[in-house]
Design a binder for this molecule. Structure first.
Ligand SMILES: Nc1nc2c(c(=O)[nH]1)N[C@H]1C(S)=C(S)[C@@H](COP(=O)(O)O)O[C@H]1N2
Ligand SMILES: [Mo]
Length: 527
């Protein structure tokens, strides 16, 4: 705007629209984004929180992430990998929205295009979710409409005359209405988003889980003997409390499935298709089995291993009721959130192994994040091929016919758990007194059993450790010993030998494609 124009406000040609200032412009974009996401979240609250465009894009990103990056994220951030993802998405979106606002200082068109693009991405992500119907598209549509409307509105009232002297009356009004409008949008967006969150939790499965009550198996697992762990000497407790059980899955928000809405369909290469309701399963005589589960993403020395008393029914019984046809190779199991796994039929039918459809852990119904109402547990196989949580569909089929989630992403088709051992006491870079030092830890070789665990200092001779009482072949075993540590910095190694005679290799391998190998070691500094 030139001085001449300022001096002649009454000029017949309308004054050119002044461009909103940089921050006001950026702010306009960010507020429109917030309003859009909040509106989508609110509508999703009524349908399924997974219809929230923000979460749907996050879930889509998880599915598209290259395997190395995903593995890195799981290893580095653990269960927080999802928060990190949502946080990074928020940062990227805020920056893009701010940029869109700035680009729109002359005309609202660039910003509108960016918001529509965001809306389309959100809509696409929602449409790709296997657990949602067309109705779910209402959420991204709400986002799109509200986003564009708020953007155009704020753009209109954005202080077009901010460049003019503060004293100008028009400027003051314009600026006030922009700030008020902006604050209104911010508060409104907060309320909508919160509302969506609250409404969705009224539809969650917590009450359904509480209504199930205690699960009392007809056949309980043998009592865990007191000497099954050396918790007092620095091993983990034998049974992992439910809230300490490791968690690994691709779900950004825990699927909410109520028992009354759940059923399991067993079909494919079977004589007769069967469908079980929750009560069908619950009212059968329940068995209880002590099983140690492990994740293939567990690196040497890692924590993705836990033990529970699982309660449920034998998968072999269900398969017998359906009648598995000859030639069947895998159980292609689908979760309510669309995640899939492929379990070898032979492992599932092997009664000695004891694969289960589990509905309980340690006497309680499964915690929501561990698969409520029902999940699979197959002793001896890594979770990604054997332990579908929130399972709703089992198709008996061949390997060629179907490829499960992680198989498509370069992990192995068959994945028996590798024999591993870990030092728990001490961890990290421990400072200890030289002389007698206690070392303790855990070892596992599910479905084979642990024969011995040895430790050594630096390149020294291997020394035997004391093993805890064996509970069953499908569980971990604790070990401890005392070593004589000279002053200085030393590496303490451990290695297990399983009952097949195999001793852990010192060859380090990464987790992809079928589990890490190598000896765990901890640095001890003795003084
Ligand atoms: N629906 C669903 N089930 C799943 C997964 C998943 O991502 N989605 N992850 C699997 C993997 S990789 C493992 S190791 C186990 C972990 O079970 P937990 O979280 O109860 O320990 O669940 C399996 N079941
Ligand atoms: Mo896993």
């Amino acid at each position: 705007m030139t001085a001449t124009e300022l001096d002649t406000p009454e000029a017949p040609s309308a004054p050119p629209r002044a461009r909103p200032r940089f921050f006001a412009a950026a702010f306009t974009g960010v507020l429109a984004l917030a309003a859009a996401l909040a509106a989508g979240h609110l509508v999703a609250g009524f349908i399924s929180i997974n219809a929230s465009p923000y979460l749907a894009v996050g879930n889509g990103a998880i599915d598209l992430t290259p395997v190395e990056l995903k593995d890195f994220a799981v290893r580095t951030f653990g269960t927080y990998d999802k928060l990190v993802l949502l946080g990074s998405m928020a940062v990227v979106m805020v920056l893009a929205a701010a940029l869109a606002g700035v680009l729109s200082r002359r005309s609202p068109i660039p910003g509108t295009i960016v918001i529509v693009l965001f809306g389309l991405i959100g809509g696409f992500a929602v449409s790709q979710r296997p657990d949602l119907t067309v109705v779910a598209l209402l959420a991204p549509i709400a986002s799109l409409v509200v986003g564009v409307a708020v953007f155009l509105l704020l753009h209109r009232i954005a202080p077009r005359v901010w460049r003019e002297p503060e004293s100008d009356e028009k400027t003051g009004t314009s600026r006030r209405s922009f700030l008020l409008g902006g604050a209104g949008v911010a508060v409104g967006a907060g309320a909508l988003g919160l509302g969506g969150q609250l409404i969705s939790t009224t539809r969650d499965a917590t009450a359904s889980r509480e209504a199930v009550g205690k699960l009392v198996p007809a056949r309980t697992a043998p009592m865990i003997p007191a000497d099954a762990d050396f918790a007092k000497l620095g091993t983990p407790p034998f049974l992992t409390p439910n809230d300490k059980f490791y968690r690994v899955d691709t779900a950004l928000s825990v699927p909410q499935v109520r028992t009354e809405d759940w059923s399991l369909r067993l079909h494919g290469m079977v004589d007769r298709e069967v469908r079980y309701s929750y009560n069908d399963i619950r009212n059968r005589p329940l068995v209880e089995r002590t099983v140690t589960m492990t994740c293939v993403s567990n690196e040497v020395g890692g924590d993705y291993v836990s033990t529970s008393n699982f309660i449920g029914v034998d998968l072999a019984d269900l398969l017998a009721e359906a009648g598995v046809k000859p030639g069947a190779e895998q159980l292609f199991c689908t979760s309510v959130d669309g995640w899939t796994s492929g379990t070898p039929v032979a492992a599932a039918q092997d009664r000695g192994r004891g694969a289960m459809l589990a509905i309980g852990m340690n006497g309680e119904p499964l915690p929501l994040e561990h698969g409520f109402p029902a999940r699979l547990v197959t002793p001896g196989l890594y979770g990604y091929v054997s332990a579908t949580k929130w399972v709703v569909d089992i198709e008996v089929t061949t390997w060629a016919a179907r490829q499960a989630y992680w198989l498509k992403r370069s992990w192995s088709q068959e994945a028996p758990i590798k024999t591993e051992s870990r030092i728990d006491t001490h961890r990290g870079f421990a400072n200890v007194q030289k002389g007698k030092v206690r070392v303790a830890g855990v070892a596992w070789a599910q479905h084979t059993g642990i024969e011995k665990v040895e430790v050594r200092i630096d390149q020294g001779p291997w020394q035997q450790t004391t093993l805890s009482k064996e509970v069953n072949l499908n569980t971990w075993r604790m070990w401890w010993t005392e070593i004589d540590l000279p002053a200085g910095v030393h590496q303490v190694f451990c290695r297990a030998t399983d009952k097949s005679g195999y001793t852990q290799t010192d060859q380090r391998a990464g987790t992809v494609p079928n589990g890490a190998t190598g000896w765990h070691n901890v640095t001890f500094t003795a003084a």
